[in-house]
Every structure is written in structure tokens, then in C-alpha cells.
Design a protein around this ligand. Structure first.
Ligand SMILES: CC(C)(COP(=O)(O)OP(=O)(O)OC[C@H]1O[C@@H](n2cnc3c(N)ncnc32)[C@H](O)[C@@H]1OP(=O)(O)O)[C@@H](O)C(=O)NCCC(=O)NCCS
Length: 164
């Protein structure tokens, strides 16, 4: 048995030899982790979630039943609440480049973030909000609203049909 499987007997690692989980990490039962993923010291990941392959998961908090698809970068201090869907290639950011003004995005319960989106420091994506693919989110997205584009703006009438 691989040492990762001994440390986390209730977690499924797609290929534990190709996954790094640093010390002081919590991962809930039933969670699945893909290959070539690095989970940093201090990360907390809930139960029945999926962390895809080629992800970089920093010292952040991820809830239960969350899907983080392939090639996401989730920065330190980010909070991802339960039942969130994060599409492939999403990047969160936490530093406005000064090194002195850290601000941590929050993605609230049931929100869905389309693939390739960038979530800027300090932005909150409200409960059950949707972010369209390829968006650059510079401001908070209100609960239940759909925002798209660069910079992301709330659009009316979208069906918010992004499927988990
Ligand atoms: C945001 C989204 C859910 C909206 O879907 P929808 O409710 O069917 O909305 P529509 O396709 O009717 O688009 C509504 C308007 O928003 C625009 N729009 C939709 N998605 C957009 C996006 N990602 N970026 C910029 N504009 C977008 C459309 O062009 C349309 O504008 P128009 O009225 O001027 O023609 C969808 O477009 C999207 O981006 N899904 C993400 C897919 C994804 O990342 N999946 C991950 C798993 S593979």
C-alpha cells in the first residue's frame, strides 16, 4: 500500500505515486484526488469531494461535495464552501501584487465557476451564483446571479445551466 493510502484510508487517490500531499492536511472520507496534484501544508478538504488532476491546492478550505476539476490553482486563504463546482483551469488569486494587501476569495455554497476563470483577490461569489467560462471576476457576484466576461458582469436572463 502506498504511504498516502495509509495516511488517508478513506480517500481515493487515482495514482498515489503521482500525488503529493504535504503534512498537516485534512481530507474527508469519500474524497477523490487525481494524478499530478499537489496539496499544500494546512489545506482542509471535506468529504465526498473531487480534486482533479494537475491541481495546485494551497493552504485553503474546501467543503463537502465540492468538485474541483482538472488543472485548478486554488490559492492560500481561499474558502470554497460545500456543494461548489469549479470547472477546469480555474485560478484564484490572493495578492494584489504588493505582497502587503492579501485578500482571499470566497466561493459560497452551491456556486458554479466556469472553466478558465480567474477570481481576483477578495472577491466573493455568492451562494448559487454562476460564473461563465473564461471570466475574470473583479467584483463580488451576488447570490443566485450569473456573471460573465472580462471584467465579469452580471447578465440578465441566463439560465445558469452550468452542470456539475
Ligand atoms: C454562463 C453560462 C452558464 C450561461 O449559459 P446560458 O444560461 O445558457 O446563457 P446563454 O448561452 O443564453 O448566454 C447569455 C448571454 O451571455 C453570453 N455569455 C454566455 N456565456 C458567456 C461567457 N462564458 N463569457 C462571455 N459571455 C457569455 C452569451 O453570449 C449571451 O449573450 P447575448 O445575449 O448578447 O447573445 C454558460 O455560457 C457558461 O459559460 N458555462 C460554463 C461552461 C463550463 O465552464 N463548464 C465547465 C465544465 S466542462
Amino acid at each position: 500500500m502506498h504511504p498516502l493510502e495509509e495516511r488517508f484510508p478513506e480517500v481515493h487517490f487515482h495514482n498515489p505515486a503521482l500525488t503529493e500531499v504535504q503534512e498537516n492536511v485534512l481530507i474527508g472520507p469519500g474524497t477523490r484526488v487525481g494524478s499530478m496534484t499537489l496539496i499544500h501544508h494546512g489545506a482542509v478538504i471535506g468529504a465526498n469531494s473531487t480534486i482533479g488532476s494537475h491541481c495546485n491546492i494551497c493552504d485553503c478550505s474546501i467543503g463537502d461535495r465540492v468538485a474541483v476539476q482538472t488543472a485548478c490553482h486554488i490559492t492560500r486563504g481561499v474558502v470554497v464552501e460545500s456543494d461548489v463546482f469549479i470547472g477546469p483551469g480555474v485560478m484564484t488569486l490572493n495578492d494584489k501584487l504588493t505582497g502587503e494587501a492579501m485578500a482571499y476569495p470566497r466561493i459560497c455554497r452551491g456556486a458554479k465557476v466556469g472553466g478558465g476563470s480567474v477570481i481576483l483577490p477578495g472577491v466573493t461569489i455568492g451562494e448559487k451564483a454562476v460564473v461563465g467560462a473564461g471570466s475574470v471576476v473583479t467584483r463580488d457576484v451576488p447570490p443566485g446571479k450569473t456573471a460573465v466576461g472580462n471584467p465579469a458582469r452580471v447578465i440578465a436572463g441566463a439560465s445558469a445551466g452550468l452542470q456539475p
